[in-house]
Ligand binder design. Structure first.
Ligand code: GDP
Ligand code: MG
Length: 458
Protein backbone atom coordinates (compact mmCIF):
# COMPACT_ATOMS: atom_id res chain seq x y z
CA UNK A 1 0.00 0.00 0.00
CA UNK A 2 1.26 3.39 -0.86
CA UNK A 3 1.85 5.83 1.93
CA UNK A 4 2.12 9.58 1.50
CA UNK A 5 5.47 11.05 2.23
CA UNK A 6 4.93 14.53 3.61
CA UNK A 7 7.71 16.95 3.16
CA UNK A 8 8.02 20.17 5.03
CA UNK A 9 8.21 23.17 2.77
CA UNK A 10 9.92 25.80 4.84
CA UNK A 11 9.30 29.35 3.69
CA UNK A 12 11.04 32.42 5.08
CA UNK A 13 8.81 35.45 4.70
CA UNK A 14 10.01 38.89 5.78
CA UNK A 15 7.67 41.78 6.50
CA UNK A 16 9.55 44.99 5.84
CA UNK A 17 8.26 48.47 6.40
CA UNK A 18 8.75 51.75 8.15
CA UNK A 19 7.89 52.26 11.77
CA UNK A 20 4.09 52.36 12.18
CA UNK A 21 3.43 51.05 8.70
CA UNK A 22 1.45 48.21 10.31
CA UNK A 23 3.84 45.22 10.36
CA UNK A 24 3.01 44.03 13.86
CA UNK A 25 -0.74 44.30 13.38
CA UNK A 26 -0.41 42.60 10.02
CA UNK A 27 1.48 39.61 11.37
CA UNK A 28 -0.81 39.31 14.38
CA UNK A 29 -3.85 39.13 12.12
CA UNK A 30 -2.29 36.67 9.66
CA UNK A 31 -1.21 34.36 12.49
CA UNK A 32 -4.62 34.63 14.13
CA UNK A 33 -6.29 33.64 10.87
CA UNK A 34 -4.01 30.63 10.52
CA UNK A 35 -4.40 29.51 14.14
CA UNK A 36 -8.19 29.89 14.04
CA UNK A 37 -8.70 29.23 10.40
CA UNK A 38 -12.10 29.74 8.82
CA UNK A 39 -11.99 29.06 5.07
CA UNK A 40 -14.81 31.53 4.51
CA UNK A 41 -13.02 34.42 6.23
CA UNK A 42 -9.45 33.70 5.10
CA UNK A 43 -9.58 32.15 1.71
CA UNK A 44 -6.55 30.25 0.46
CA UNK A 45 -6.23 28.54 -2.91
CA UNK A 46 -7.42 29.67 -6.33
CA UNK A 47 -10.73 31.54 -6.58
CA UNK A 48 -12.18 28.87 -8.81
CA UNK A 49 -11.51 25.91 -6.51
CA UNK A 50 -13.18 24.93 -3.25
CA UNK A 51 -11.78 26.90 -0.30
CA UNK A 52 -8.74 25.31 1.27
CA UNK A 53 -8.96 23.96 4.79
CA UNK A 54 -6.03 23.71 7.19
CA UNK A 55 -5.14 20.89 9.56
CA UNK A 56 -2.79 20.52 12.47
CA UNK A 57 -1.87 24.17 12.71
CA UNK A 58 0.80 24.56 15.35
CA UNK A 59 3.47 27.08 16.33
CA UNK A 60 7.06 25.90 15.99
CA UNK A 61 10.21 27.10 17.77
CA UNK A 62 11.90 30.13 16.25
CA UNK A 63 15.47 30.30 14.96
CA UNK A 64 18.27 30.75 17.47
CA UNK A 65 19.06 34.39 18.03
CA UNK A 66 15.55 35.58 17.20
CA UNK A 67 13.04 36.91 19.61
CA UNK A 68 9.66 35.16 19.38
CA UNK A 69 6.95 37.36 17.93
CA UNK A 70 4.50 38.23 20.69
CA UNK A 71 1.40 36.88 18.99
CA UNK A 72 -0.53 36.10 22.18
CA UNK A 73 0.16 39.51 23.72
CA UNK A 74 -0.70 41.38 20.54
CA UNK A 75 -3.85 39.37 20.02
CA UNK A 76 -4.89 40.04 23.63
CA UNK A 77 -4.29 43.78 23.22
CA UNK A 78 -6.61 43.81 20.21
CA UNK A 79 -9.28 41.41 21.40
CA UNK A 80 -9.42 42.04 25.14
CA UNK A 81 -8.44 45.69 25.56
CA UNK A 82 -9.42 47.02 22.16
CA UNK A 83 -5.97 48.61 21.79
CA UNK A 84 -3.46 48.40 19.00
CA UNK A 85 -0.46 46.27 20.01
CA UNK A 86 2.42 48.05 21.66
CA UNK A 87 5.16 49.31 19.34
CA UNK A 88 7.89 46.81 18.70
CA UNK A 89 11.43 47.79 17.99
CA UNK A 90 13.30 44.59 17.48
CA UNK A 91 13.42 41.87 14.92
CA UNK A 92 11.03 39.06 15.81
CA UNK A 93 10.02 35.75 14.28
CA UNK A 94 6.93 33.56 14.38
CA UNK A 95 7.03 30.02 13.00
CA UNK A 96 3.88 28.11 12.20
CA UNK A 97 3.40 24.71 10.56
CA UNK A 98 0.20 23.23 9.13
CA UNK A 99 -1.20 21.03 6.40
CA UNK A 100 -3.30 22.34 3.52
CA UNK A 101 -6.14 20.32 2.06
CA UNK A 102 -4.96 21.12 -1.48
CA UNK A 103 -1.26 20.31 -1.02
CA UNK A 104 -0.81 16.58 -1.15
CA UNK A 105 2.91 16.17 -0.66
CA UNK A 106 4.10 19.28 1.10
CA UNK A 107 3.27 20.72 4.48
CA UNK A 108 4.15 24.39 4.86
CA UNK A 109 6.29 25.66 7.69
CA UNK A 110 6.13 29.42 7.53
CA UNK A 111 8.77 31.53 9.21
CA UNK A 112 7.43 35.05 9.45
CA UNK A 113 9.85 37.86 10.26
CA UNK A 114 8.99 41.31 11.55
CA UNK A 115 11.84 43.51 10.34
CA UNK A 116 12.27 47.17 11.25
CA UNK A 117 12.13 49.36 8.17
CA UNK A 118 14.40 52.02 9.62
CA UNK A 119 17.38 49.87 8.66
CA UNK A 120 16.36 50.15 5.02
CA UNK A 121 17.73 53.67 5.12
CA UNK A 122 21.14 51.97 5.45
CA UNK A 123 20.59 49.88 2.33
CA UNK A 124 23.10 52.04 0.47
CA UNK A 125 25.75 50.69 2.83
CA UNK A 126 25.19 47.13 1.66
CA UNK A 127 28.31 46.16 -0.20
CA UNK A 128 29.45 49.75 -0.57
CA UNK A 129 32.44 51.61 0.75
CA UNK A 130 32.31 54.65 2.98
CA UNK A 131 33.06 56.84 -0.04
CA UNK A 132 30.24 55.30 -2.08
CA UNK A 133 27.78 55.68 0.76
CA UNK A 134 28.83 59.32 1.24
CA UNK A 135 28.38 60.07 -2.43
CA UNK A 136 24.98 58.39 -2.38
CA UNK A 137 23.83 60.57 0.50
CA UNK A 138 25.09 63.79 -1.10
CA UNK A 139 23.47 62.92 -4.43
CA UNK A 140 20.17 62.44 -2.64
CA UNK A 141 20.55 65.70 -0.73
CA UNK A 142 21.30 67.52 -3.97
CA UNK A 143 18.19 66.08 -5.63
CA UNK A 144 15.73 66.40 -2.78
CA UNK A 145 14.72 69.92 -1.82
CA UNK A 146 13.54 69.00 1.68
CA UNK A 147 16.67 67.05 2.45
CA UNK A 148 18.76 69.98 1.23
CA UNK A 149 16.80 72.47 3.32
CA UNK A 150 17.02 70.33 6.45
CA UNK A 151 20.75 69.84 5.90
CA UNK A 152 21.72 73.48 5.30
CA UNK A 153 23.71 73.73 8.55
CA UNK A 154 25.58 70.52 7.85
CA UNK A 155 26.40 71.58 4.29
CA UNK A 156 27.69 74.91 5.65
CA UNK A 157 29.86 73.12 8.20
CA UNK A 158 31.36 71.02 5.40
CA UNK A 159 32.19 74.16 3.45
CA UNK A 160 33.78 75.93 6.41
CA UNK A 161 37.45 75.80 7.14
CA UNK A 162 38.89 74.20 9.09
CA UNK A 163 36.46 71.28 9.30
CA UNK A 164 36.04 69.98 12.85
CA UNK A 165 34.85 66.41 13.33
CA UNK A 166 32.72 67.15 16.41
CA UNK A 167 31.05 70.12 14.73
CA UNK A 168 30.28 68.04 11.64
CA UNK A 169 28.74 65.29 13.75
CA UNK A 170 26.57 67.78 15.65
CA UNK A 171 25.47 69.48 12.45
CA UNK A 172 24.65 66.17 10.79
CA UNK A 173 22.60 65.02 13.77
CA UNK A 174 20.68 68.27 13.68
CA UNK A 175 20.10 67.84 9.94
CA UNK A 176 18.68 64.35 10.46
CA UNK A 177 16.53 65.54 13.37
CA UNK A 178 15.17 68.39 11.25
CA UNK A 179 14.38 66.04 8.37
CA UNK A 180 12.51 63.67 10.69
CA UNK A 181 10.86 66.26 12.90
CA UNK A 182 9.77 68.81 10.33
CA UNK A 183 9.30 66.80 7.17
CA UNK A 184 8.56 63.30 8.53
CA UNK A 185 11.43 62.02 6.44
CA UNK A 186 12.36 58.44 7.24
CA UNK A 187 15.51 58.35 5.06
CA UNK A 188 17.84 58.63 8.01
CA UNK A 189 21.22 56.97 7.70
CA UNK A 190 22.96 55.71 9.77
CA UNK A 191 19.63 54.49 11.09
CA UNK A 192 21.03 54.09 14.61
CA UNK A 193 20.02 57.73 14.92
CA UNK A 194 16.33 56.67 14.91
CA UNK A 195 16.64 53.16 16.29
CA UNK A 196 19.77 51.92 18.01
CA UNK A 197 20.92 48.33 18.53
CA UNK A 198 19.33 48.26 21.98
CA UNK A 199 15.96 49.34 20.60
CA UNK A 200 16.29 52.91 21.86
CA UNK A 201 14.42 55.45 19.76
CA UNK A 202 14.61 59.16 19.08
CA UNK A 203 11.90 61.39 20.40
CA UNK A 204 11.35 65.03 21.16
CA UNK A 205 9.58 68.08 19.80
CA UNK A 206 12.34 70.28 18.44
CA UNK A 207 15.24 69.10 16.26
CA UNK A 208 17.65 69.83 19.14
CA UNK A 209 15.59 67.64 21.46
CA UNK A 210 15.38 64.86 18.89
CA UNK A 211 19.12 64.98 18.25
CA UNK A 212 20.05 64.92 21.93
CA UNK A 213 21.42 61.57 23.02
CA UNK A 214 21.25 60.03 19.54
CA UNK A 215 24.36 58.76 17.78
CA UNK A 216 25.23 58.52 14.13
CA UNK A 217 27.16 55.28 14.52
CA UNK A 218 27.24 52.29 16.84
CA UNK A 219 28.25 54.46 19.84
CA UNK A 220 29.25 57.98 20.77
CA UNK A 221 32.90 57.18 20.08
CA UNK A 222 32.29 55.63 16.66
CA UNK A 223 30.17 58.23 14.90
CA UNK A 224 30.56 59.21 11.27
CA UNK A 225 28.93 61.50 8.72
CA UNK A 226 28.96 61.48 4.91
CA UNK A 227 31.81 63.59 3.55
CA UNK A 228 31.67 64.74 -0.07
CA UNK A 229 34.56 63.82 -2.40
CA UNK A 230 36.29 67.21 -2.15
CA UNK A 231 36.32 67.14 1.65
CA UNK A 232 37.55 63.54 1.61
CA UNK A 233 40.42 64.51 -0.65
CA UNK A 234 41.37 67.49 1.52
CA UNK A 235 41.14 65.61 4.85
CA UNK A 236 42.50 62.07 4.50
CA UNK A 237 42.89 61.52 8.26
CA UNK A 238 39.35 62.47 9.12
CA UNK A 239 38.15 60.41 6.18
CA UNK A 240 40.07 57.35 7.38
CA UNK A 241 38.59 57.72 10.86
CA UNK A 242 35.03 58.01 9.59
CA UNK A 243 35.62 55.08 7.23
CA UNK A 244 36.71 52.92 10.19
CA UNK A 245 33.59 53.87 12.14
CA UNK A 246 31.49 53.21 9.07
CA UNK A 247 32.94 49.72 8.75
CA UNK A 248 32.19 48.96 12.40
CA UNK A 249 28.62 50.07 11.84
CA UNK A 250 28.34 48.04 8.65
CA UNK A 251 29.52 44.92 10.47
CA UNK A 252 27.44 45.31 13.62
CA UNK A 253 24.23 46.93 12.44
CA UNK A 254 23.89 46.39 8.71
CA UNK A 255 25.29 42.85 8.69
CA UNK A 256 22.61 41.19 10.79
CA UNK A 257 19.83 42.95 8.89
CA UNK A 258 21.34 41.96 5.58
CA UNK A 259 21.66 38.45 6.88
CA UNK A 260 17.95 38.30 7.67
CA UNK A 261 16.91 39.79 4.34
CA UNK A 262 19.09 37.29 2.53
CA UNK A 263 17.35 34.39 4.22
CA UNK A 264 13.92 35.31 2.90
CA UNK A 265 12.21 33.54 -0.01
CA UNK A 266 9.62 36.28 -0.15
CA UNK A 267 9.17 39.77 1.17
CA UNK A 268 6.04 41.64 2.09
CA UNK A 269 6.97 45.28 1.63
CA UNK A 270 4.64 47.77 3.28
CA UNK A 271 3.99 50.80 1.10
CA UNK A 272 1.95 52.99 3.38
CA UNK A 273 0.16 55.14 0.81
CA UNK A 274 -2.29 56.43 3.42
CA UNK A 275 0.57 57.71 5.57
CA UNK A 276 2.36 59.22 2.58
CA UNK A 277 -0.77 61.18 1.68
CA UNK A 278 -1.13 62.32 5.29
CA UNK A 279 2.51 63.24 5.78
CA UNK A 280 3.43 65.10 2.62
CA UNK A 281 5.60 64.77 -0.44
CA UNK A 282 8.90 64.68 1.47
CA UNK A 283 7.97 61.46 3.17
CA UNK A 284 6.77 59.87 -0.05
CA UNK A 285 10.05 60.72 -1.77
CA UNK A 286 12.00 59.04 0.99
CA UNK A 287 9.78 55.98 0.79
CA UNK A 288 10.59 55.70 -2.87
CA UNK A 289 14.29 56.15 -2.29
CA UNK A 290 14.22 53.32 0.22
CA UNK A 291 12.38 50.96 -2.13
CA UNK A 292 14.99 51.79 -4.75
CA UNK A 293 17.79 50.89 -2.36
CA UNK A 294 16.03 47.70 -1.32
CA UNK A 295 15.61 46.62 -4.93
CA UNK A 296 19.27 47.25 -5.63
CA UNK A 297 20.20 45.07 -2.71
CA UNK A 298 18.02 42.09 -3.53
CA UNK A 299 18.22 42.24 -7.31
CA UNK A 300 18.81 38.61 -8.28
CA UNK A 301 21.89 37.75 -10.29
CA UNK A 302 23.24 41.22 -9.75
CA UNK A 303 25.57 40.45 -6.93
CA UNK A 304 25.39 43.48 -4.69
CA UNK A 305 24.12 41.23 -1.96
CA UNK A 306 26.51 38.44 -2.88
CA UNK A 307 29.49 40.76 -2.74
CA UNK A 308 28.33 42.24 0.51
CA UNK A 309 27.77 38.84 2.04
CA UNK A 310 31.17 37.55 0.97
CA UNK A 311 32.77 40.50 2.70
CA UNK A 312 31.08 39.73 5.98
CA UNK A 313 32.79 37.49 8.46
CA UNK A 314 31.76 33.88 8.96
CA UNK A 315 30.34 34.85 12.33
CA UNK A 316 27.72 37.01 10.69
CA UNK A 317 27.01 34.73 7.77
CA UNK A 318 25.53 31.59 9.25
CA UNK A 319 23.86 30.15 6.19
CA UNK A 320 24.02 30.12 2.44
CA UNK A 321 22.25 33.11 1.00
CA UNK A 322 19.25 32.47 -1.17
CA UNK A 323 17.57 35.03 -3.34
CA UNK A 324 14.31 36.70 -2.71
CA UNK A 325 12.09 35.49 -5.53
CA UNK A 326 8.80 37.17 -4.68
CA UNK A 327 7.84 40.56 -3.39
CA UNK A 328 4.34 41.50 -2.34
CA UNK A 329 4.02 45.28 -2.28
CA UNK A 330 1.28 45.90 0.20
CA UNK A 331 -0.68 49.08 0.93
CA UNK A 332 -1.84 48.62 4.54
CA UNK A 333 -4.74 50.19 6.53
CA UNK A 334 -6.98 50.39 3.48
CA UNK A 335 -10.00 50.43 5.81
CA UNK A 336 -9.14 54.08 6.52
CA UNK A 337 -9.85 54.88 2.87
CA UNK A 338 -13.36 55.07 1.50
CA UNK A 339 -14.17 51.93 -0.56
CA UNK A 340 -14.75 54.06 -3.65
CA UNK A 341 -11.08 55.11 -3.54
CA UNK A 342 -9.33 51.82 -2.81
CA UNK A 343 -8.46 51.12 -6.43
CA UNK A 344 -6.83 54.53 -6.51
CA UNK A 345 -4.57 53.51 -3.65
CA UNK A 346 -3.57 50.44 -5.63
CA UNK A 347 -2.81 52.64 -8.62
CA UNK A 348 -0.78 55.11 -6.53
CA UNK A 349 1.22 52.27 -5.04
CA UNK A 350 1.95 50.85 -8.49
CA UNK A 351 3.08 54.28 -9.60
CA UNK A 352 5.18 54.72 -6.48
CA UNK A 353 7.25 51.58 -6.95
CA UNK A 354 6.22 50.47 -10.45
CA UNK A 355 9.30 51.12 -12.51
CA UNK A 356 11.55 49.99 -9.66
CA UNK A 357 9.78 46.64 -9.48
CA UNK A 358 9.86 45.95 -13.20
CA UNK A 359 13.21 45.04 -14.62
CA UNK A 360 14.10 42.10 -12.43
CA UNK A 361 14.35 38.62 -13.88
CA UNK A 362 13.67 35.85 -11.41
CA UNK A 363 11.74 38.19 -9.17
CA UNK A 364 7.97 38.23 -9.21
CA UNK A 365 6.33 41.39 -7.87
CA UNK A 366 2.65 41.86 -7.11
CA UNK A 367 0.60 44.62 -5.58
CA UNK A 368 -2.12 44.35 -2.95
CA UNK A 369 -4.29 46.68 -0.92
CA UNK A 370 -5.00 45.27 2.52
CA UNK A 371 -6.36 45.83 5.96
CA UNK A 372 -5.25 43.60 8.81
CA UNK A 373 -7.98 44.67 11.23
CA UNK A 374 -10.90 46.30 9.45
CA UNK A 375 -11.99 48.94 11.94
CA UNK A 376 -14.27 51.24 9.95
CA UNK A 377 -17.49 51.14 8.00
CA UNK A 378 -18.25 53.40 5.10
CA UNK A 379 -21.39 55.51 5.15
CA UNK A 380 -23.56 56.24 2.15
CA UNK A 381 -22.82 59.61 0.63
CA UNK A 382 -22.89 61.41 -2.67
CA UNK A 383 -20.16 61.15 -5.29
CA UNK A 384 -18.01 63.66 -3.45
CA UNK A 385 -18.78 62.90 0.20
CA UNK A 386 -16.44 60.42 1.86
CA UNK A 387 -17.90 59.58 5.24
CA UNK A 388 -16.69 56.75 7.47
CA UNK A 389 -17.71 55.40 10.84
CA UNK A 390 -15.41 54.14 13.57
CA UNK A 391 -13.97 54.78 17.03
CA UNK A 392 -11.83 57.92 16.75
CA UNK A 393 -8.34 57.76 18.21
CA UNK A 394 -7.65 61.50 18.35
CA UNK A 395 -9.60 64.69 18.88
CA UNK A 396 -9.68 67.65 16.49
CA UNK A 397 -6.32 68.90 17.86
CA UNK A 398 -4.63 65.57 17.30
CA UNK A 399 -4.52 64.61 20.99
CA UNK A 400 -5.13 60.97 21.84
CA UNK A 401 -8.58 60.33 23.33
CA UNK A 402 -9.90 57.29 25.23
CA UNK A 403 -11.77 54.58 23.41
CA UNK A 404 -15.36 55.79 23.17
CA UNK A 405 -18.44 55.36 21.05
CA UNK A 406 -18.69 55.10 17.29
CA UNK A 407 -18.68 58.34 15.37
CA UNK A 408 -18.99 59.47 11.82
CA UNK A 409 -16.20 61.49 10.28
CA UNK A 410 -15.19 62.67 6.83
CA UNK A 411 -12.08 61.32 5.11
CA UNK A 412 -10.23 62.77 2.15
CA UNK A 413 -10.79 61.67 -1.41
CA UNK A 414 -7.70 59.87 -2.69
CA UNK A 415 -6.28 61.70 -5.73
CA UNK A 416 -6.36 59.89 -9.06
CA UNK A 417 -2.64 60.51 -9.53
CA UNK A 418 0.12 61.62 -7.17
CA UNK A 419 -0.14 65.40 -6.93
CA UNK A 420 2.96 67.29 -8.05
CA UNK A 421 3.33 68.39 -4.45
CA UNK A 422 1.38 68.29 -1.18
CA UNK A 423 1.98 69.21 2.43
CA UNK A 424 1.51 67.40 5.72
CA UNK A 425 -2.16 67.62 6.62
CA UNK A 426 -3.46 68.20 3.08
CA UNK A 427 -5.06 64.76 3.26
CA UNK A 428 -6.84 63.43 6.28
CA UNK A 429 -7.50 59.78 7.11
CA UNK A 430 -8.24 59.80 10.85
CA UNK A 431 -6.82 57.01 12.97
CA UNK A 432 -9.30 54.76 14.74
CA UNK A 433 -9.31 52.18 17.53
CA UNK A 434 -9.32 48.55 16.41
CA UNK A 435 -12.62 46.71 16.14
CA UNK A 436 -12.83 42.96 16.63
CA UNK A 437 -15.72 40.54 16.37
CA UNK A 438 -17.36 40.22 19.77
CA UNK A 439 -16.97 36.46 19.64
CA UNK A 440 -13.58 35.79 21.23
CA UNK A 441 -12.47 32.99 18.98
CA UNK A 442 -12.95 35.09 15.87
CA UNK A 443 -9.99 36.64 14.12
CA UNK A 444 -10.45 40.24 12.91
CA UNK A 445 -12.14 41.10 9.65
CA UNK A 446 -9.39 41.48 7.10
CA UNK A 447 -8.99 42.57 3.51
CA UNK A 448 -6.46 40.96 1.19
CA UNK A 449 -4.23 39.25 3.78
CA UNK A 450 -5.22 35.82 2.48
CA UNK A 451 -4.33 36.79 -1.11
CA UNK A 452 -0.92 38.06 -0.03
CA UNK A 453 -0.17 34.95 2.00
CA UNK A 454 -1.17 32.67 -0.84
CA UNK A 455 1.21 34.53 -3.13
CA UNK A 456 4.23 34.55 -0.81
CA UNK A 457 3.77 31.05 0.58
CA UNK A 458 3.77 29.15 -2.70
N1 GDP B 1 -7.43 51.22 10.70
C1 GDP B 1 -6.36 50.42 10.70
N2 GDP B 1 -5.23 50.84 11.32
C2 GDP B 1 -4.16 50.02 11.31
C3 GDP B 1 -4.19 48.74 10.68
N3 GDP B 1 -2.97 48.18 10.82
C4 GDP B 1 -2.22 49.06 11.53
N4 GDP B 1 -2.94 50.17 11.84
C5 GDP B 1 -2.48 51.38 12.56
O1 GDP B 1 -1.10 51.51 12.40
C6 GDP B 1 -0.44 51.58 13.67
C7 GDP B 1 0.91 50.94 13.60
O2 GDP B 1 0.79 49.55 13.40
P1 GDP B 1 2.00 48.57 13.81
O3 GDP B 1 1.61 47.21 13.35
O4 GDP B 1 2.33 48.73 15.25
O5 GDP B 1 3.17 49.15 12.91
P2 GDP B 1 4.70 48.67 12.84
O6 GDP B 1 5.47 49.73 13.57
O7 GDP B 1 5.02 48.64 11.38
O8 GDP B 1 4.80 47.32 13.47
C8 GDP B 1 -1.41 50.90 14.62
O9 GDP B 1 -1.22 51.34 15.93
C9 GDP B 1 -2.75 51.34 14.05
O10 GDP B 1 -3.06 52.65 14.45
C10 GDP B 1 -5.41 48.34 10.01
O11 GDP B 1 -5.54 47.26 9.40
N5 GDP B 1 -6.44 49.23 10.06
MG1 MG C 1 5.98 46.71 15.00
Amino acid sequence: MASWIWRTQERYIGVVGMHSSGKTVYLTSVIDHLMNHDPARFRLGPDTAAPVTLRRVRPEPVNAGWEAFNYAGNRAALATSGRWPRKTRDRAEFAVAFERSDWRFNAPLLRLFDMPGERLADAAMFGQTYAQWSDHWHRYAADDAHQRAASAGFLDALASSPVVAAALIDAYRLALATAVGEHYKPFVTPSSFLLDAAGGVAHGETPAEIAAGRFVGTSEATQFVPLPAAVRAAHPELTAKFARHYETYQREMVGPYLNSLARCHSLIVMVDVVEMLRSGVAMANDGRQMVRDLMRVIEPGESVLGTALRRLSEAVLQHRPRWVSKIAFVAPKIDLVHPADRDRVLHLMRKHVGSLAQDHDGLECRFFVTSAVVSTKSMPGGESARVMRGLPYRDADGAKIPRGGEQQFPVSTVPEEWPSTWRPGDYSFPEVYPVLPAYQGYPPDQIGLDRVLEFVMD
